[in-house]
Design a protein around this ligand. Sequence first.
Ligand code: AMP
Ligand code: MG
Length: 736
Amino acid sequence: MISMPEAIDIVLSRAAPLEEESLPFPDAVGRVLASEVTAPRPHPPFPASIMDGYAVRSADVPGTLRVVGAARAGAPLGPSADGSETHTGAGRAVYITTGAPVPPGFDAVVPVERVSFPKGEGSDAVAVADAFVPGANVRSVGSDIQRGEVLLHAGDRVGPHELGIAALAGVSEARTRRAPMVAVLSTGDELADPYARNYKPNGHTDAPAPIDPAAAASSSDRLDVSAGSIFDANRHMLLACAREAGARVMDLGIVRDDPDALAGAVAKAMDAGADVVVASGGVSEGDKDHLKDVLLGSFGRIAGVVHFGRVMMKPGKPLTFAEIHRVSRTDSEGGCSEDRDESRTQLDEKKTKQKPVLAFGLPGNPVSAAVTFALVVAPAVRRMLGWVDPRPRRLQAVLAQDIALDKERPEYHRATLDWEANDSSANLPLARSTGRQISSRLTSMRGAEALLELPRGPGFVAKGTVVSALVIRDIGTQGGLQMPRVRPKVVRPTNAPDRVLAAADAGVAKKALRDDEDDAKKFAPRPKAIAVVTHPFVPAKSLSDLARESDVPDSDRAVTDEGNDDAAAILEATRRFLQRAGVSTDGDENNAWRVFEARAENGTSRRLALAARAAAETASIVLIAPSGPSAVSSQAAVVAGTDLGFPGLAPRMRAPLEKKYDQSAKYDDDEERSEAEDAAALAAIAYRETGFGINAGQVAGAVVASLPCTNCEEALVEGLTKMLLVPREKWEGLVL
Ligand code: AMP
Ligand code: MG
């Protein structure tokens, strides 16, 4: 008896990719490409704007420009209205929307957020304060897809996304392999069709007759079979399996345990163009098990080679595989009318031209039929479709319980897979048996995602053992594929900072100040130091994660992704900025600026606020590195943790500050004011004078700002520019 791996090898050696055919691309989903797909045209086909804004000539900005027209997606800029003026020319801009062609002569797009309207919105003047490089915010021709680029490779399976790629490039036809036609029959005198009354397939079931749901429901109670009969499960199950594997299907119905009827049904399938015939039942050793003899040609119409008729496996020992061709019935038992007139020579000619049909005799027990289909028929179908590796995927799993072994045969034990936390360090899935494995108990296939490849006994495989498993359906239908979320290890850019000016934990910085009087004096009252509050990344946690961690205080829990581990990058960006800005970071400690890291335990607003407060004692400026998808926690930290927190963005919170600023301008210097009033005034001035577009507040006299996380470096530059350079005396005066 051969082993199952040998059986799979034999089947795959006889199955070959079918002929090529061309299909409209949308019809090729599920097929495998027979040749590569190249792009007949570039995408985008014109220079396209990435943003809504204004097309400009980069040489003209910064500056104030005149808007001379509009280019919208689908409505490019036409010739100028009076014909007297070209659109291009110094000092002109064109309103443009995302996806619209950038008009000739323009080479950059300024996002609408980055322009102002000196003569009011709706006027034809836009002012751009910043420089834009040529090509800024423009997708050049072919930047996504180049003409002639190989988009899809031969052997690629066409899925929705591959179809999308072909559609975007305007490729109309797919060169694929023909899908095999799989004919399915059930054998057994005991079988009755459970759907016969509602569902009468006429051979090809690609388009099954619709079932009237009302009729089906009302008749289900009446479904019954005579004594000694059972319902045919295999045929319906295997037709669905074949469809799922990518085949077209043909339903040959139930065939009684009669070799002539069987030979007739198989011959009919072959005449109708089947590439594969799948029969279930009738391959064991009983006196009504005729399939092997039929396949060998003992009953005419068909004849073939049986490659194997028994496999050393459980379930499915009688699995039979043959290659058959169509022949005439030549013995005296009476012929098949359609063949009778053909001469021997004609038949022989036909036979040599015929490609053999693959015939599978699956065991009748439904579990055996399902398992053997998954192990040998599905791979054969996939090979015919052109799959590069048609075998079932193998993975490893940890047994969730002891499993007793069969003494005689290796077993393919049905199991579900579950990636919930387990002891396995490799984070392998847990494999749970689907229960009693007797081959007639089809409910052991319910939810089965894998077949565990267990060796022959005696004995058992213990719980916790790692075993191999063949995947037989999409994982995850039973709660399977859901691994804990991990933060990937990040490889830092190689141009790492040669030197971080200084690094200190917020707590340490505070302590150092207390312990070392000299140092404290050196930095007091407003040291020339910038503290960058960083915090480790904390992935968002689900409610169930949170429930498991009952010891974590509520306020320390991350409910969104937050944190920024990139301390080195932020510190380096700060340092680089200071250097570019000509601010000394070297030399005389009294004049040079110092940058240090203040590390918060985590990115919750409370922790960030504490770290900022500690850092403020030794710094003039405290930057809270981005936290969360919209910097929620770092902004909250500023609001919650500063003496006078206020976000610079929300008008509702900006208004009282503006009011305070106006008030403070009227203060008489000699007037007695409370400390709180002083602080409020200072914060208002800091806010107004530094013109923060980012959240800022004040802690113990230091400016504390949170950076939005979308672009840390940009935020840094913006924040620092405003705090340090524009104009420097203003903030220095404020914080010193
Ligand atoms: P066989 O392989 O024909 O000896 O059948 C083995 C067992 O499977 C018997 O108990 C049959 O009644 C059962 N069986 C065979 N074919 C089917 C089928 N299509 N659906 C459900 N059970 C079946
Ligand atoms: Mg039978």
